[in-house]
Design a binder for this molecule. Structure first.
Ligand code: ARG
Length: 472
């Protein structure tokens, strides 16, 4: 901070566009406090795109000359190169990305550069830049959700009939297949992708033309600009166009939901990879060791995804709070939308990419999963259903099986290990055929309907998932 301060103090006499109104220069600390160029320079490419479309429209409408448009095009093309190559000198003194680029343009091409801002304000300019940037990011997010879904389907396909205990309250409940369990996350991500696609429709509207807040007196053509920038249409109300950031809030809410889903997945990966469970092994490249305990292999990546969920949830609350009670129209509060939004996007994109790769490197210990299912009385419900099918009312069957489980637990064995005579103490309806029901495979196969865990169903669900993925 101190160094930046000194650096900034060296920049002198850079006149601000509105400086004629003021009697004294802006205080040094205030410059630092109000500047956004440190973070909004990542909008540069979109700022230039927006300026080009605006300038071409001004030219087409005869508001500026064709020669001016050409000069602006050349100047902005050079500036884009400077920015991409890293040679562009960003000046804190010039506050934000918009003024930095405009000043450089004017230095390069003179008066034509000064005409670019005709019929425009930074208020509609920044809203346009953020929407263009966010539209591109949303598309990228959807692509990476799809990739992760594909990684899930690929892993599920290898485990269509791998038995594991299904849990409720983190206690063994009923056997499921690992493939079926994984596909639950496919569904969550499917809804996540749909949410982003829906949010995109509201992001993709053009604010330019709203100017500062009320529109502009020049004979502009907003549809032309919208079309050139690939927007689906214009924002209908100028006050709304410059002031609301609901599209950014919506994106962050969608991001928070994806992270929340990934945090659940992470929690499971952490549990499953712990030696107590021993269900899976996460590839070494996603783990670290302990500096003191040589035996440790820590699942750092899932832990960080779980932790970073808090960060994105926090950004959502920050943006909601930023917008709350702001009077119309633009207020400088809105400059604070960028850092939470940028960080949400960065965190989400990185988490999605790392996750797809991590799933590809997971090794499954089928024997450990099976043992855990076999030891947990996971087929107790199947025994109750067996009795119901033989005429016992469900509540009575439930009670009979509860007593049988208690008996088996007392002997330290599973239900399937009890001899027929012992099982018959709990119901005379139990016969030899009960053992087929008490097996894990029998239990799985019996849940044979759409959405059920039977391997046959999981296979079909995977085929449908692939079709849904290719449908986009
Ligand atoms: N840097 C500002 C932002 O991010 C640009 C808009 C500023 N407009 C203004 N009238 N001060 O919101």
């Amino acid at each position: 901070m101190q160094d930046k301060f000194k650096e900034n103090a060296k920049i002198e006499n850079i006149s601000k566009n509105w400086s004629g109104r003021f009697n004294e220069p802006v205080a040094e600390l205030v410059k630092h406090y109000t500047a956004s160029v440190g973070f909004d320079q990542r909008l540069a490419e979109f700022d230039i795109q927006g300026s080009l479309a605006h300038a071409r429209m001004l030219g087409a409408q005869g508001i500026i000359s064709v020669a001016d448009v050409q000069a602006i095009e050349h100047g902005l093309a050079e500036i884009l190169q400077e920015i991409k190559s890293g040679s562009f000198a960003w000046l804190l003194e010039l506050e934000d990305v918009h003024l930095n680029i405009e000043k450089r343009l004017t230095d390069k091409i003179g008066d034509a550069g000064k005409r670019l801002h005709t019929g425009r304000s930074r208020n509609d300019q920044v809203a346009t830049d953020v929407r263009l940037w966010l539209r591109a990011v949303t598309d990228e997010v959807i692509t990476h959700i799809r990739k992760l879904q594909l990684a899930i389907v690929d892993l599920a396909e290898q485990h269509v009939d791998t038995v594991m205990p299904g849990f409720t309250h983190l206690q063994v409940a009923q056997p499921v297949t690992f493939g079926h369990h994984l596909l639950a996350y496919f569904e969550m991500l499917q809804r996540d992708a749909a949410r982003f696609a829906d949010a995109r429709r509201r992001i993709n509207r053009l604010p330019l033309g709203a100017a500062a807040l009320a529109g502009t007196s020049y004979p502009i053509n907003r549809e032309m600009v919208a079309h050139e920038l690939g927007f689906d249409g214009v924002c209908e109300n100028s006050l709304d166009a410059v002031s609301d950031r609901d599209f950014a809030i919506e994106f962050t809410a969608c991001a928070a939901l994806v992270m929340t889903h990934l945090s659940r997945f992470s929690e499971e990966l952490i549990l499953w990879s712990s030696p107590r469970f021993g269900f899976i092994d996460i590839a070494d490249r996603f783990c670290t060791g302990s500096s003191i305990m040589p035996q440790k292999k820590n699942p750092d990546v899932p832990e960080l995804v779980r932790g970073k969920t808090g960060r994105v949830n926090g950004h959502l609350v920050a943006l909601l709070t930023l917008m709350k009670a702001q009077p119309l129209a633009y207020n400088k509060d809105n400059q604070e939308d960028k850092e939470p939004l940028f960080d949400s996007a960065d965190t989400l994109l990185m988490s999605l990419q790392i996750y797809a790769d991590m799933l590809g490197g997971i090794k499954v210990d089928k024997a450990a999963m099976r043992l855990a299912a076999a030891e947990g009385y996971a087929t107790a419900t199947d025994l109750a259903d067996y009795l119901v099918k033989k005429g016992t009312p469900f509540r009575d069957a439930h009670e009979a099986v509860a007593l049988a489980v208690r008996h088996a637990a007392g002997k330290g064995c599973d239900l399937a290990d009890l001899p027929l005579q012992e099982l018959q103490q709990f119901s005379q309806l139990i016969a030899d055929d009960v053992y087929a029901v008490l097996t894990l495979e029998g239990s799985l196969a019996s849940r044979n309907h759409i959405g059920g865990t039977a391997p046959q169903q999981v296979k079909q669900a995977i085929a449908r998932a692939r079709v849904r993925l290719s449908a986009g």
